[in-house]
Design a protein around this ligand. Structure first.
Ligand code: ADP
Ligand code: MG
Length: 313
């Protein structure tokens, strides 16, 4: 089967960790071991991944070095994170496959995701990124760079930059990605939702300060390359109704219709589970066979059925 796997950012760098290369490599290797088992079963994989913690660190480095080196814009930071995580995933997958005696080429692709600069998301930035700032720093950044700042939590440094999270319209590299995927290459693409770009009036691509949701980008790409299954791997066994209440219950096999209704009723949290459910719904509506939300350690059972959340036509 042709499977697009979306790996959660938290699967690679956990909250409260230092974020050393060794730590991140260790998480990547254990995630990749599970995925290599799927390849050993004969599946064809495309891997997309989150990049929130990694871009957060890159932005913090930007701030720390601001009086020595120019700040890099968000699109360039996104490209950096794709390169870094692509490298870790690619090397780890090559090692995991060769340890299993499998000769399958692995490649990561710097990926751009086209967005509409008139997307309503641009008038209400909602996605917090990068380090926390004090009120004075936040005001200074707002004035100097035009950043939108959002007050979160408590304490001295409690302001964060927020950026728009527009809809993915198209994956610019989808033809290259699709050709490699159909050839049976293990492709790593659209990391962090892809680098958001738009087309100028002359038709040129340009980066834009935004973040595309990685699950929505994964669905767009999965549909574009004709995948059978979209597999969203996160840190919970599946999607729950009434999450974190006494009435909490796991959503098992569910139709697109039920998912659409629950989404319109706001039954899932925006910024975490709602975009995953939306991504699954779109993928199945777009002709995909099944979309699955589960955790990394349940991946093989989830493909058999019986665990996790499965969205079907
Ligand atoms: P990822 O990096 O995998 O995209 P997210 O933090 O975006 O991770 O989404 C996973 C998180 O969503 C879980 O850790 C869980 O706390 C949260 N969550 C919110 N609502 C739900 C829900 N209805 N069912 C399950 N998890 C939920
Ligand atoms: Mg997420």
């Amino acid at each position: 089967m042709k499977i697009v796997v979306a790996l959660g950012g938290n699967a690679i760098l956990q909250r409260g960790e230092e974020g050393s290369a060794e730590e991140q490599f260790a998480h990547v290797r254990s995630a990749v071991a599970r995925l290599a088992d799927l390849v050993a079963r004969g599946e064809t994989l495309l891997i997309t991944h989150g990049n929130g913690p990694q871009v957060g660190d890159i932005l913090l480095k930007n701030e720390c070095a601001a009086d020595m080196l120019p700040r890099m814009p968000l699109d360039v930071c996104g490209a950096e994170s794709q390169g870094m995580l692509g490298y870790m995933l690619q090397q780890s997958m090559e090692n995991a496959l060769s340890a299993r005696g499998i000769a399958r080429p692995v490649i990561s692709i710097i990926t751009q995701t086209q967005v509409d600069p008139l997307d309503p998301a641009f008038s209400s930035p909602s996605k917090p990124i990068g380090p926390y700032f004090t009120r004075e720093e936040a005001d200074a950044h707002g004035a100097e760079h035009g950043w939108s700042m959002h007050e979160t939590g408590s304490g001295g440094a409690r302001f964060r930059r927020v950026v728009p999270s527009p809809e993915p319209l198209d994956i610019i590299e989808r033809r290259s990605i699709g050709a490699l995927f159909r050839e049976g290459f293990i492709v790593i693409a659209a990391g962090g939702g892809g680098i958001p770009v738009y087309r100028t009036a002359e038709g040129a691509l340009r980066g834009i300060e935004a973040v595309v949701d990685k699950d929505l980008a994964a669905a767009k790409l999965a549909t574009a390359i004709g995948a059978d299954i979209l597999l969203i791997l996160t840190d919970v066994p599946g999607a729950y109704l009434n999450f974190r209440t006494p009435e909490q219950r796991l959503v098992a096999d569910v139709s697109v219709r039920a998912v659409r209704r629950w989404l319109s009723e706001g039954r899932f949290a925006e910024g975490s589970m709602a975009p995953k459910m939306r991504a699954c719904m779109r993928f199945v509506e777009g002709g995909g066979t099944t979309a699955i939300i589960t955790s990394l350690d349940l991946v093989e059972q989830a493909l058999e059925g019986g665990v996790g959340t499965r969205i079907i036509p």
